[in-house]
Design a protein around this ligand. Structure first.
Ligand code: ATP
Length: 259
């Protein structure tokens, strides 16, 4: 198989207060895959995500992106390759206008003039927010700010898009529209989520993290129908949700689009 775009090997990490959050995590994601990262509260999902673009530094083990190790000397290039959309859009939006927020990353990487304008408008267009380009982000709704946060990352033209609980606090239409956006993108996606129907809809593969280790890695549908695995990892489907029926509906919808 080809070199993984995301290659995490034996990753261990303890926070400065001594709390060990990750104990030797292995994760390999190949180009074009969409993978859900599942697991109960406190499993270590966000801690893992914070290693992918060098916000945290591995205590042991390694993380590399398209063969480039995540380390201080490569951070600028790593942050171009890995776009992280945080759970709270307000962690990502801090400029007076949407345009300035979306331009911030590429401008920092030396993109200027017409190319910068193209990047900003393309990214906003992809998330359906082009009409909001001159608005202050803090005047937008939560769902609109989440879309703009996604655009700030898309404007960097990343190889991997990492999203931390992208569907949280979205109304059903916004949740579906964000799913449409993700499906339309030609990038590798790693998505942390507690929204198991969303994982099933978008990600053929899921990885379950529990107590800082990978507890399972495989087809999302198989995981969601494995009662023992679900119970052992505190994963629960919404009341009445039938994963097999949902997967069949998803496949039928994809089939009708490609007809
Ligand atoms: N800054 C910190 N200092 C010390 N311990 C921390 C810190 N941040 C997180 N932890 C601990 O590390 C463990 C993993 O936390 P993490 O946020 O990665 O979990 P998570 O899987 O993302 O959880 P959730 O689903 O609740 O978002 C938890 O036990 C948490 O209490």
């Amino acid at each position: 198989m080809s070199t993984p775009v995301l290659d995490v090997r034996g990753l261990a990490y303890a926070y400065p207060d001594g709390h060990q959050a990750l104990f030797g995590v292995d994760l390999h994601v190949h180009e074009g895959e969409r993978v859900a990262l599942l697991g109960p509260n406190g499993a270590g999902k966000t801690t893992l995500v914070l290693h992918l673009n060098g916000i945290l530094t591995a205590g042991a083990g390694s993380v590399s992106v398209s063969g480039l190790p995540v380390q201080k000397s490569h951070l600028q290039e790593i942050r171009r390759r890995v776009g992280v959309v945080f759970q709270d859009p307000d962690d990502q939006l801090f400029m007076p206008t949407v345009r300035q927020d979306v331009a911030f990353g590429p401008a920092n990487h030396g993109v200027r003039g017409a190319e910068l304008d193209r990047r900003v408008l393309d990214a906003l267009d992809r998330v359906g927010m082009a009409d909001f380009v001159d608005r202050p982000p803090h005047h937008l709704s939560f769902g609109q700010r989440r879309r703009v946060a996604v655009a700030t990352v898309l404007a960097m033209e990343p190889e991997i898009l990492v999203l931390d609980e992208p569907s949280s606090n979205l109304d059903p239409a916004s949740r579906r529209e964000l799913a449409d956006i993700m499906r339309s993108l030609d990038v590798t996606v790693l998505m942390v989520t507690h929204d198991l129907p969303y994982a099933l809809e978008l990600c053929p593969r899921s990885v379950v993290l529990h107590d800082g280790v990978v507890a399972a890695d495989g087809a999302t549908l198989e995981m969601l129908t494995d009662a023992e695995l679900m119970r052992a990892n505190r994963l629960e489907l919404p009341f009445g949700f039938d994963p097999a029926a949902a997967a069949a509906a998803r496949d039928a919808a994809i089939g009708s689009l490609s007809d």
